[in-house]
Design a protein. Structure first.
Length: 510
C-alpha cells in the first residue's frame, strides 16, 4: 500500500493570552512548532478598547481564526467579531447563538473574504447519536457558515463513532473536537474522516484530548493521512505511557505503509470492538487491563494466545473482516531472557536446543495478561514456575494452568529456596508515575541470576537498578517492548518489520 500524497489538512492551536505581546510571542512559538494557523481567543485578553487588538488581528504572523466566546459579554463579543470581519481576517469563529442573532446574520451575509466558522458545544444530555449531531449540524449550516465546528464532551471513546460518521458525510467543512482524554482520536483521526482542521497544544502542554503540536509534526504527520489510511491503535487504560505511537507511525512511513497508530483510551473493550467494527479499524495492540477480556472479542484466537488466555495483538483479517487474536508478548519476553542468559553464560551464538531457562526456578510477580504470557512461556521452556500476585486466587489459577506453584505475596521478600533463580516482574509495580516502587526488596534480589521487568517506563526501573547492584543480569522491558512490537508490525502490515530502524527509534526515546 503506497503512502498517499500530502493532504491539505490544517493544524491549528488555540491561544489564550492576556496581552497582545503574549499573543504575538505565542504565534511565533506556534509557527516554530508547525502550526498552520492560530485561533486567537480574544475573550482571554484584557483590553479596554477594541482598537487595542486591531493590530494583532489585522497582521498576525500566521493565518488566524479570531474567536470570541463569552456569553456574558455579548456586546464586546459582537464588537470584536464585527471588527474582525471589517478587517478581513481569514476566519472568524462565533458560537451558534451569536451567529443566529439577527444583527450578526446580516453581517455574515454581507461579509467579503472572511470565512465564518460557526461552533456549537455539546455537553451532557446522554450519548451523542447520529440524529442528535445531525440536528445540531443542520442548525449551524442554516446560519450560512462556511465551516462548522462541533465541540463535544465525551465519556467514552465509543461516543466518537457518530462524530466520525458526521465528518465523513457532512457537505460543509466540519471541525470536530471531542474534549477530554477519551476524545484524543477525534483529532488524530480527523483527517482520515475528512475533518477540516485539527487542534494541537502549544509548548508540549498536556491538555486532555489534544495531541501536542510537536507530536503532530514529528510522530503522527497527519498530512500523510487520507481516506484509505488504515487505523491501528493501542487499546488500553492507561494508554498515555505507551511508546507505541512513536514506534509504529515512523515505521509505517519508513516502509511506505499507509497506516496510522494511535492511543485508544478504552474503558469497555467489548463495547469498543462492537462499535468500531468497520474495516478501517485494521489492527490493535492490546494493553492493560484488557489483554484477557479481549480474547472473548476475537472471532479466532491463535493457539498460543488461546492457551495463555490473553491477547496483545488483534488483526482484522482483510478477507473476511474477522478479528484474529495473537500473543506476541510471550515469545518476546522469553527470548529476551534466554538471549541475556546465554550471553551471561558465554554461550552466545552456540546452537542449543535446550533453553537456558530449563530446570530453573522462574519467579513471576503478577498474574494478569503479561504475567500469563510469561508463565506459559517459562513453562514451555521447562522452568519451574512460582507465582506471586497480590490477589492470591489469580496466582493460584495461573499456577494450576502451568503446573506451577502459587505463593502468598507477603512471602516474596523471603523466598530463597536456591541460588541462580530468574525473577520476572509482570505487574505494574514500578511503572511511571510510581517509579520509586519495586515489587521485591533489594536484599531479596541476591538469590537471582537474572531479573526481568516487563515495565518499560521508566527504562531502568528501581527493580532493575537494585538487581544490577547486587550482581544480577538485568533485562529491561524495553527489549520485550521492541520484540513484541516487531511481531505486531509484521501482523499489522503482512510485511517485514524494519528492525534496525525500530530499535534505533525506541532507544533514542529513552
Ligand atoms: O504490554 C505491551 C505494551 C503495550 O501495551 C504498550 O504499552 O505499548 C503494547 C502491547 O501490545 C504490549 O503487549
Amino acid at each position: 500500500m503506497e503512502v498517499a500524497a500530502k493532504n491539505s489538512l490544517l493544524v491549528c492551536t488555540q491561544l489564550e493570552c492576556e496581552t497582545t505581546e503574549e499573543m504575538q510571542a505565542s504565534i511565533e512559538q506556534a509557527k516554530v512548532e508547525g502550526a498552520d494557523l492560530v485561533e486567537l481567543c480574544i475573550d482571554s485578553m484584557e483590553f479596554s478598547h477594541i482598537s487595542e487588538v486591531d493590530k494583532l488581528i489585522q497582521h498576525p504572523t500566521l493565518p488566524a481564526i479570531v474567536s470570541y466566546s463569552d456569553e456574558a459579554c455579548k456586546n464586546t463579543c459582537l464588537q470584536v467579531l464585527r471588527r474582525a470581519l471589517d478587517l478581513d481576517v481569514e476566519f472568524v469563529e462565533m458560537d451558534y447563538e451569536v451567529a443566529s442573532d439577527p444583527l450578526m446574520s446580516e453581517i455574515i451575509y454581507s461579509r467579503s473574504n472572511t470565512k465564518i466558522i460557526v461552533s456549537s458545544y455539546l455537553n451532557g444530555g446522554g450519548k451523542p447519536t447520529t440524529e442528535k449531531l445531525g440536528d445540531v449540524i443542520a442548525c449551524m449550516q442554516a446560519t450560512g457558515a462556511d465551516v462548522m465546528k462541533l465541540e463535544i464532551a465525551v465519556d467514552s471513546i465509543t461516543d466518537l463513532a457518530p462524530v466520525f460518521e458526521m465528518l465523513t458525510h457532512c457537505q460543509v467543512p466540519l471541525i470536530a473536537l471531542a474534549v477530554g482524554s477519551r476524545g484524543l482520536i477525534s483529532q488524530l483521526l480527523g483527517p482520515k474522516f475528512g475533518g477540516f482542521l485539527v487542534y494541537g497544544s502549544l509548548g508540549g502542554k498536556s491538555v486532555p484530548g489534544l495531541p501536542t503540536l510537536v507530536s503532530l509534526k514529528q510522530v503522527y504527520q497527519l498530512e500523510h493521512i487520507n481516506p484509505d489510511t488504515k487505523i491501528f491503535g493501542l487499546v488500553s487504560n492507561p494508554v498515555g505511557h505507551s511508546k507505541g505511537p512513536i514506534l509504529h507511525n515512523p515505521a509505517f512511513r519508513h516502509t511506505r505503509f499507509n497506516g496510522i497508530y494511535v492511543p485508544m483510551l478504552v474503558d469497555d473493550v467489548k463495547e469498543f470492538f462492537r462499535t468500531y467494527s468497520g474495516t478501517d479499524f485494521a489492527g490493535f495492540s492490546v494493553g492493560i487491563p484488557h489483554k484477557e477480556p479481549a480474547v472473548a472479542c476475537c472471532d479466532e484466537v491463535h493457539p498460543l494466545a488461546k492457551s495463555i488466555g490473553a491477547v496483545n495483538t488483534i488483526i482484522r483479517r482483510p478477507i473476511d473482516g474477522k478479528l484474529v487474536g495473537y500473543n506476541t508478548d510471550c515469545e518476546s519476553a522469553i527470548s529476551a531472557i534466554e538471549d541475556a542468559l546465554r550471553e551471561r553464560q558465554g554461550i552466545n551464538g552456540v546452537a542449543s536446543h535446550t533453553s537456558p531457562i530449563a530446570g530453573k526456578i522462574f519467579v513471576l510477580v503478577g498474574a494478569g495478561g503479561a504475567g500469563r504470557a510469561l508463565a506459559f512461556g517459562a513453562k514451555s521452556r521447562g522452568a519451574r514456575v512460582i507465582i506471586f500476585n497480590r490477589n492470591y486466587e489469580r496466582a493460584k489459577a495461573l499456577a494450576d494452568a502451568v503446573s506451577g506453584e502459587a505463593l502468598h505475596f507477603e512471602y516474596l521478600h523471603e523466598f530463597f529456596p536456591e541460588k541462580g533463580m530468574i525473577l520476572a516482574n509482570a505487574s505494574a509495580i514500578g511503572m511511571e508515575p510510581n517509579s520509586d516502587q519495586s515489587p521485591v526488596p533489594k536484599e531479596a534480589l541476591k538469590a537471582y541470576e537474572l531479573v526481568f521487568d516487563a515495565v518499560y517506563t521508566p527504562r531502568n526501573t528501581r527493580l532493575l537498578r537494585e538487581a544490577a547492584e547486587v550482581g544480577a543480569t538485568v533485562v529491561s522491558g524495553v527489549e520485550m517492548f521492541i520484540r513484541q512490537a516487531l511481531g505486531q508490525f509484521r501482523l499489522f502490515t503482512g510485511g517485514l518489520a524494519p528492525e534496525d530502524f525500530m530499535r534505533k527509534l525506541v532507544l533514542e526515546q529513552f
